[in-house]
Design a protein around this ligand. Structure first.
Ligand code: PLP
Length: 217
């Protein structure tokens, strides 16, 4: 699907939900994609991208950012504390803040560096063992702890379980965000971004629908 088709579908979903057109930010998830495809989307004028791994992003984005200085990259995948400094220098936002140790490290580095990317707290809405994120029942306390550290928490992020209706998870995330006074909602991927927009997503993270299937071979 082309980038403009995805944008059109997002705008349509916003309209149907009674939201303002253009309210939802489209993060083009460029992880694992060949550089030519990423460059083509940059050439088309898109400027907001998402990556899953610090190392991979550090390998390709410095060159892209030199050619397209107004492009921005968000980190969507798990972050190890020993890569936090590098991540804070490379990314405009981190969507995967998921534990106290990482919050403490980012807080300390933010003091030292004098700036901090926007932060989304990842919530494990499906309470899956293999998935990162704080549990829904722990989210309010974790938001408060992060705010006590002066971290710029802009919202929440979730990745619903594969075989469940995503709308239930999007609605839960929205509810937790609202009761904590957070505006940002990072939710929705290639298969379900319209449902996420309908439930108030501020950021949808769309990879394969824009770039084609990822080739991990
Ligand atoms: C890979 C990834 C996406 C994009 O997934 P698609 O199904 O290709 O749209 C979104 N969010 C996260 C956290 C991801 O890791």
């Amino acid at each position: 699907m082309s980038l403009s088709e995805i944008q059109a579908r997002i705008h349509k979903a916003e309209e149907l939900a009674g939201r303002s057109t253009g309210e939802t930010q489209l993060i083009a998830v460029s992880k694992v994609q060949p550089n030519e495809r990423v460059e083509a989307v940059l050439q088309e004028g898109h400027r907001l991208f998402g990556e899953n791994k610090v190392q991979e992003a550090a390998g390709k984005w410095p060159d892209f950012l030199e050619a397209f200085p107004d492009a921005k990259v968000h980190l969507l995948g798990p972050l190890q504390t020993n890569k936090a400094r590098q991540a804070m220098q490379l990314f405009e936002a981190i969507h995967s803040l998921d534990r106290p140790k990482l919050a403490n490290t980012i807080g300390r580095l933010a003091q030292e560096i004098g700036s901090c990317p926007d932060l989304f707290i990842q919530v494990n809405t499906g309470e899956e063992d293999q998935k990162a994120g704080v549990l829904p029942s722990e989210a309010d306390q974790f938001v408060a702890d992060c705010q006590a550290l002066d971290l710029p928490i802009v919202g929440l992020m979730c990745i619903p379980p594969v075989h469940e209706e995503p709308s239930l998870h999007f609605a839960l995330l929205k509810k937790i965000a609202e009761r904590n006074g957070l505006k940002g909602l990072s939710m929705g991927m290639s298969g379900d971004f319209e449902k996420a927009v309908a439930l108030g997503a501020t950021h949808v993270r769309v990879g394969s629908a824009i770039f084609g299937a990822r080739d991990y071979g």
